[in-house]
Design a protein around this ligand. Structure first.
Ligand SMILES: Cc1cc2nc3c(=O)[nH]c(=O)nc-3n(C[C@H](O)[C@H](O)[C@H](O)COP(=O)(O)OP(=O)(O)OC[C@H]3O[C@@H](n4cnc5c(N)ncnc54)[C@H](O)[C@@H]3O)c2cc1C
Length: 467
């Protein structure tokens, strides 16, 4: 929730560096509370990773396209901004995995890719019969969960075997942040699993017990949507945030070059403009930018921030005539395990996943490439990238024919990687920053969640901290 709009304290002058969703949320909260807000965004537009553009007669998201409903901050903010009637729920529909030469539906009864129903796993064909047998050993193995955080990969390889990790869990979980589940913190990347590993020796039993304890949904009620989007793309959220800041000072094409202390105040310098003196600063840029900006005043914080690694992703949107589909697009799309060696990491059937994007005669695919340790897509020019993606789409979904429209969007160093111990390190960053640079707060995807709801919450928290 946003703060009470009546200022409870003396209004402050606050600079918000970075106009992505985290920075804009912080700026809106501060503006509503009566503070003097200056938003400084490097790029020519607001929104950061959120970008919507015209494509195949619709407004298509070229970055994120789905907001998780389970965490309240995303949908709550959209409602507060008057976007409730623009919300589009994602209808129920399963996804597939390209594995062992075919697309297989992801088996029922999995928790973030970890199977709890071994019969459904065997029937799915995603993994070999040997992998199902290996997974079943988990039911007999003694307890072996370590005390602290570990990687998702180390837990799943140990309990269920390599194939379950590589063909199910890594595509699902590693796919969310273009990461590598061998280096992904269990505590933050899979909290639902981390919360139960100590309850049973067997991981499968622990997850079965968790499912059994969950309240049974009312069979007469339609299932609650897990994800929502906005009718004209998530860019509507950015526009609404921009409109809420209409009478604040919001500057695009204003890259911040330095943040320096001046007594109790801070001086924020943007390239080609006068320095701005403020009482407080919210820094909502990617961690590697934040590290550079803070280094002169907060060198230890900067070292910790600079250690957060990022992966890059390219998103290729393609429209095809209906008769190019070699198979029914009866789901949301599919994931491609790293071990398959393709460039393609995922293909979302955007016009099936979101019915409001469907139009007669054509369908839209959002194809992704790039993950931690795989920068091939970033090194190719657009023509080579599109040709390689088309090859992979032809292999995996029997595509015939050529696309009628293509758009490439590159997201270099876009996904912060949460390695084991990440949350403790973020606590340490907060503590070091409070010591080195009081009056500065951090927000954004690098800290306590990469998804839009978590980034929005980080904006609320940063605003509360500096106010
Ligand atoms: C392809 C892709 C798909 C995704 N899909 C989903 C999804 O479906 N659902 C979901 O919830 N999440 C998704 N995410 C993740 C989510 O979009 C991001 O984590 C989130 O939008 C990040 O918001 P942010 O405000 O932290 O950072 P950003 O959006 O990166 O904003 C930071 C801003 O800081 C600016 N900046 C940088 N340097 C400076 C400087 N020196 N001075 C001033 N400004 C500066 C940048 O230009 C940028 O605008 C996806 C991400 C990508 C890349």
């Amino acid at each position: 929730m946003s703060p009470d709009p009546s200022p409870s304290e003396t209004p402050r002058r606050v600079a918000v560096v970075g106009g992505g969703v985290a920075g804009l949320t912080a700026a809106r909260d501060l503006h509503l509370a009566g503070h003097e807000v200056h938003v400084l965004e490097a790029g020519p537009r607001l929104g950061g990773k959120i970008q919507t553009g015209p494509f195949a007669d619709v407004d298509l998201d070229l970055g994120p396209d789905a907001v998780l409903a389970r965490l309240p901050w995303g949908i709550d903010l959209m409602r507060e901004l008057g976007l409730e009637d623009q919300l589009e729920p994602q209808p129920p529909g399963s996804a597939f995995i390209w594995s062992r030469g075919a697309l297989h539906r992801i088996p029922e009864g999995n928790v973030l890719g970890v199977p709890t129903d071994l019969e459904a796993l065997a029937a799915s064909g995603v993994v070999s019969p040997e992998a199902v047998e290996r997974a079943a050993l988990d039911l007999e193995m003694p307890a072996d969960a370590p005390e602290g955080d570990e990687s998702v990969g180390s837990l799943i390889r140990r309990r269920l075997g390599d194939e379950i990790l590589e063909r199910l869990v890594d595509p699902l979980l590693g796919g969310i942040n273009a990461g590598d589940s061998d280096r992904l913190s269990l505590a933050v990347g899979a909290p639902q699993i981390a919360g139960v590993v100590h309850r049973h020796a067997s991981l499968i039993e622990a997850l079965r017990a968790q499912r059994a304890a969950a309240p049974t949904p009312d069979p007469s009620a339609p299932p609650a949507p897990v994800f929502y989007t906005l009718r004209h793309g998530l860019g509507q959220l950015v526009e609404a945030l921009g409109a809420a800041l209409e009478d604040a000072d919001v500057r695009t094409s204003s890259p911040v070059a330095s943040i320096e202390r001046a007594g109790d105040a801070w001086v924020v310098t943007t390239e080609g403009a006068d320095a701005l003196e403020v009482d407080r600063v919210v820094v909502a840029t990617p961690a590697f930018v934040t590290a550079d900006l803070l280094r002169p005043t907060a060198p230890s914080t900067a070292d910790q921030l600079a250690a957060i690694e990022y992966s890059s992703v390219a998103l290729v949107a393609l429209a095809f005539p209906d008769d190019a589909a070699g198979r029914p697009l009866d789901g949301t799309g599919y994931l491609v395990p790293r071990v398959e060696g393709l460039l393609l990491t995922a293909a979302s059937w955007a016009s099936s996943k979101w019915p409001h994007l469907s139009r007669p005669g054509r369908f839209i695919v959002r194809a992704s490439a790039g993950r931690l340790g795989d920068e091939r897509a970033m090194e190719m020019d657009d023509d080579a990238l599109v040709a390689a993606i088309l090859d992979d789409l032809r292999t995996t979904m029997d595509l015939a024919g050529e696309p009628s429209e293509v758009r490439v969007t590159r997201w270099p160093r876009a996904f912060p990687q949460y390695t084991p111990g990440h949350l403790e390190r973020v606590d340490a960053i907060d503590a070091t920053l409070a010591r080195e640079a009081p009056g500065i707060a951090l927000a954004g995807a690098a800290y306590r969640g990469v998804g839009i709801p978590a980034c929005i919450n980080s904006g609320h928290q940063a605003a509360a901290e500096v106010a």
